[in-house]
Design a protein around this ligand. Structure first.
Ligand code: ARG
Length: 393
């Protein structure tokens, strides 16, 4: 019997996919990646596993990949200041290549010839998973049932699940389509499809309403070493807990929300809202530290790289040669990105209000308007003449 490794989420779609693939003659092995989506919060892992087995899976892998996710995927993107179309910090996009990597790895281990996922044919995630998997092993068959199966609605899927005794939880019909991991939450569909409407409060999961917050700000200090966040308020913490902590604190102050109309790779414009408190805080802090320690040429050139980097991540090219080459560039830019940034969280805002670094390029004796001024203003005259010379007629 042909074996397939299915990226399993525990939800209705992928539960139906198990049975659907079985009926097509596959032995189905499920793989579920824990990227910090809150597994075990609503229902425990055993419940998820037994659902997959009851739906017909022969085996279920559940792997906690949070550390690998933050170290190998989130960190490089943070170092690169990768932000898609000015707003999206790429939480979902960064998770997909990691899922693809494990689908391929488990396929090899289990001697499976195919991998499958539950992405729709309209989104970016199908592209990310399939392109990544294809780069890692071009020989694997890829099956995306949702693109081609017979079900036209959620109701039909529920019917299918009932007839085949697939244990699903249909009580909590979610009004949104949600993808979550430790780096952020992506929320779409439902009322969000009306572009004229402000997202309702109930669409947000981990950030409190900025207006609901206390009338005092919160200050925090983030310390980076070579571009890697290491300490919060002087206390060293592991990256995963540092991020979780910032999600909590930032979320409480309403930091990290965005409401975005984005360009998907497949050509569709879509409205999505994001919550990413930790990612927002760390991006702001990291960029601020770079402003202090990178020279102008490097900083400006790096901004161009950031745009391209974000595009590659968004478009599913994580394992591409260009992305690897850009990583090498970004890494070399981080050697002096060590220091602390103090931030003020207040009513949905996150502002950098203090910075220090032993690699600081700021020279007070040059910038000051006070009497310690060491800048020889007479030199400016010649500089301006030469600078403007090409444009004089
Ligand atoms: N638009 C985001 C992206 O392409 C998130 C996609 C998943 N979103 C969701 N709500 N299921 O990365």
């Amino acid at each position: 019997m042909k074996k397939v490794i299915l990226a399993y989420s525990g939800g209705l779609d992928t539960s139906c996919i198990i049975r659907w693939l079985k009926d097509k003659g596959y032995e189905v092995i499920c793989f579920m990646a824990d990227l910090g989506q809150g597994l075990g919060q609503g229902e425990n892992l055993e419940a998820i596993e037994s659902r997959a087995l009851a739906a017909g899976a022969s085996k279920v892998y559940i792997k906690d990949l949070q550390d690998e996710f933050v170290e190998e995927f989130v960190l490089p993107a943070l170092a690169a200041n990768a932000v898609y179309e000015g707003k999206y910090l790429l939480a979902t996009a960064l998770g997909r290549p990691l899922i693809a990597k494990y689908l391929v790895q488990i396929a090899h281990k289990e001697k499976a010839t195919a991998i499958a996922h539950g992405c729709t044919g309209k989104g970016n995630d199908q592209v990310r998973i399939e392109v990544a998997a294809g780069i890692l092993d071009a020989s694997l068959e890829i099956i995306a049932p949702v693109r081609s199966w017979e079900f036209k609605s959620r109701e039909e899927e529920i019917e299918y699940a009932k007839t085949h005794s697939i244990p699903i939880d249909v009580t909590k019909k979610k009004p949104y389509s949600i993808d979550r991991n430790i780096w952020g939450i992506s929320i779409e569909a439902g009322v969000l499809e009306d572009l004229t409407q402000e997202p309702p409060e109930d669409a947000y999961m981990i950030t409190k309403s900025p207006t609901a917050q206390a009338s005092y700000p919160k200050y925090i200090e983030v310390y980076f070493e070579k571009g890697v966040p290491k300490k919060i308020d002087g206390k060293t913490c592991k990256l995963k807990s540092l991020i979780s902590h910032l999600n909590e604190v930032g979320g409480f102050y309403g930091v990290g929300r965005s409401d975005m109309l984005e360009n998907r790779l497949v050509g569709i414009k879509s409205r999505e809202i994001y919550e990413a408190p930790a990612a927002t805080i760390l991006h702001i802090a990291h960029k601020e530290l770079e402003a202090l320690v990178l020279d102008r040429e490097l900083a400006h050139f790096k901004d161009i790289i950031s745009l391209k980097y974000a595009e590659l991540v968004y478009n599913g090219l994580w394992f591409s040669p260009l992305k690897e080459a850009l990583d090498a560039f970004v890494k070399s830019t981080q050697k002096h990105v060590t220091g602390s940034i103090r931030l003020k969280l207040f009513k949905g805002n996150c502002l950098a209000v203090g910075r220090k670094s032993t690699h600081s390029l700021y020279k007070k004796e040059l910038s000051t308007y006070g009497k310690e001024d060491k800048f020889d203003q007479k030199l400016a005259e010649g500089f301006i003449k030469i600078w403007g010379m090409p444009y004089r007629r």
